[in-house]
Design a protein around this ligand. Sequence first.
Ligand code: GDP
Length: 366
Amino acid sequence: MTKKKPKKSALNVQKGVEQPSQVNPALTGGMEKFRKQKPSADEYVEGILEGDRTLLSQAITLIESVRPEDKEIARRVISKCLPHSGNSIRLGITGIPGAGKSTFIEAFGIYLIKRGHKVAVLAIDPTSQRSKGSILGDKTRMETLSANPHAFIRPSATSGTLGGVAQATREALILCEAAGFDRIIIETVGVGQSETAVSHIVDFFLLLLIAGAGDELQGIKRGIMEMADLVVINKADGDNKRKAELARKEYENALHLFPLLPSGWAPRVLTASALYGKGLDEIVKALDEYIELTQKNGWFEKNRRSQSLKILHDTILQSLSDSFYHNPEIKDLIRNTEKQITAGKISPYEAAQILLEKYFGTIKKK
Ligand code: GDP
């Protein structure tokens, strides 16, 4: 520990970093004091690489924070963890509320842990603000899994736009990988656009459905079906078993009509009972086969590379758009311009050009 002292004092002079203790807290027997003080970026990284779930969790909180000084530490932690990331299989799981996602993830997670994996569960739920944590917020969800030392469960960030929540999740994923989690499950509620955001983060997409829930596609839009690498009809137990099998056949037929996925993988439809732990063997087998196929044919890496590039370009576009629309001079002009367009006084193309020129003019002035 004494070796680290100079490192700490070197950090003292950096802007935006809280002053660490001048005395090595471990030497003064003050682990208490150490805990109270916010760790430095290096301490977060060290803890994460050792698989410390508390520091991992605290670092994710920094990612979600709106305070610039927290964001700065988070940025440094992420960049130091990045070389240690990428070694997991990233799984997206979606389904409507009540489909059995948390029951399934719990059973599936425990199954994976028994096979020797370390499992992290992250959630994307932009609706959680309204419903006060509809997803994973409830402490009774995934009790067994969360108590397991080889699991890490993190509720969705409760604020921010979908884009912001998706970004925080992707960054949390990097930290989880650096902490040694090799199966990362990203859970979303299959009601909105979060699935599209998730599909740009994950390697494999699992859609959880139930049979006989009225509407054939259960509000699950065709787009989501098209994204699925595996469809699982859950609650295939008791009286529901036969219905689940029928639904499985129907979805299988429906999937045949979709164009082949660019991964070369033919999506499957399976039945399961998350409650009774049935059907998990087949699901894990399908996942293993998917990984084997896509790693062999190059899709796995290619997909990850194009996901990273997409994130780059999306982030640039988003930042430019934010900068444009939040620009005070543009804000003043835009309403009036809209009125002129709707009154047919100016073409939208010309108006866009004028606004953009104005915007770039204000940038140059700075
Ligand atoms: P979520 O909203 O998608 O996370 O769904 P939950 O996991 O909370 O499950 C909703 C309800 O369905 C709960 O009462 C579960 O006990 C029940 N459930 C989940 N999986 C199964 C299953 O495989 N079989 C049966 N019979 N019930 C299940």
